[in-house]
Design a protein around this ligand. Structure first.
Ligand code: GRF
Length: 212
C-alpha cells in the first residue's frame, strides 16, 4: 500500500501543492498540530482524511511525539512530509522515521536554517536565495538535500515579496521530491541524495547577470 502522511501547522499551501500533484496513492492523511490551521479546511475540500493533534494538550514534547508516532504508524506511510509543521521533533521520533521524513525549508540550506529566513537573507544582502527539500535528521534544518530551487534577490524586494517568489518555487520542488521518493528513485546516503535518472542543468545561474 502506498500511503503518505503530511504534517502541517498552518496555512497549508505546500500541502495543497502535494495534494494537487495527484500522486498515485492508496491513502493520504493530513495531521495538524494546530486545531485552527487553515490547511485543515483545504484538506477537507480535497476529501482528505485529517487528524488534529493539538500539541498544547500534551504535557511535554516526548508525549506529543509518542502519540504522533502512533498515529503515523497506524497509516503505515511510505513517506511523512513535513509541510510547515512548526514543532521541533525529538531525536527519538526522528530516528524512528529517519529516511522516510522529508521537509521543505524556505532557504538554500545550509544557509539560514530556522525561522525568518527571508528577512535574514535580505539583511545579509545575498544575491541568490531559494528553497530546499531535505530529509530530516536530528539537527534542525540540516539533513541530506533532495532538490533546491534558486531565485535572484531583486532590488526593492521586501520580506513578503521574496517570500512569495520563494513559495512559488516551493510548490514546484516539493511535489517533485515526493514523486521521486514514491517512484523509488531516491538513493539516500549518509549525507547525500542521489536521484536516479534526473537531469541536472550545468549552466551556472548568476545574479546579476554577467555582461556579454
Ligand atoms: C513554508 O515556507 C515552508 O517552507 C516552511 O513553512 C512554510 C509553510 O507554508 N517550512 P505553508 O503552510 O506550506 O503554506
Amino acid at each position: 500500500m502506498k500511503s503518505l502522511v503530511i504534517l502541517i501547522s498552518g496555512r497549508g499551501s505546500n500541502m495543497q501543492a502535494l495534494l494537487e500533484a495527484e500522486f498515485e496513492m492508496d491513502r493520504i492523511t493530513v495531521i495538524s498540530s494546530n486545531p485552527n490551521a487553515e490547511g485543515l479546511a483545504i484538506a477537507k475540500k480535497y476529501g482528505i482524511e485529517t487528524i488534529i493533534l493539538d500539541h498544547r494538550t500534551f504535557p511535554d514534547r516526548e508525549s506529543f511525539d509518542a502519540t504522533l508516532a502512533e498515529r503515523i504508524d497506524a497509516c503505515q506511510p511510505k513517506l511523512i512530509a513535513l509541510a510547515g509543521f512548526m514543532r521541533i521533533l525529538s531525536d527519538r521520533f526522528v530516528h524512528r522515521f529517519q529516511g522516510r521524513l522529508m521537509n521543505i525549508h524556505p532557504s538554500l540550506l545550509p544557509a539560514f536554517p530556522g525561522l525568518r529566513t527571508h528577512a535574514r537573507a535580505l539583511q545579509e544582502g545575498i544575491k541568490i536565495h531559494g528553497c530546499t527539500v531535505h530529509f530530516v535528521t536530528p539537527q534542525l534544518d540540516h539533513g541530506p538535500i533532495v532538490i533546491q530551487a534558486a531565485i535572484p534577490v531583486l532590488s526593492g524586494d521586501t520580506e513578503e515579496i521574496l517570500a512569495t517568489r520563494v513559495l512559488q518555487q516551493e510548490h514546484r520542488i516539493y511535489p517533485q521530491a515526493v514523486r521521486w521518493f514514491m517512484e523509488d528513485r531516491i538513493k539516500l546516503g549518509e549525507n547525500h541524495v542521489e536521484v536516479m535518472d534526473s537531469r541536472v542543468n550545468e549552466t551556472a545561474l548568476y545574479s546579476p547577470e554577467l555582461p556579454e
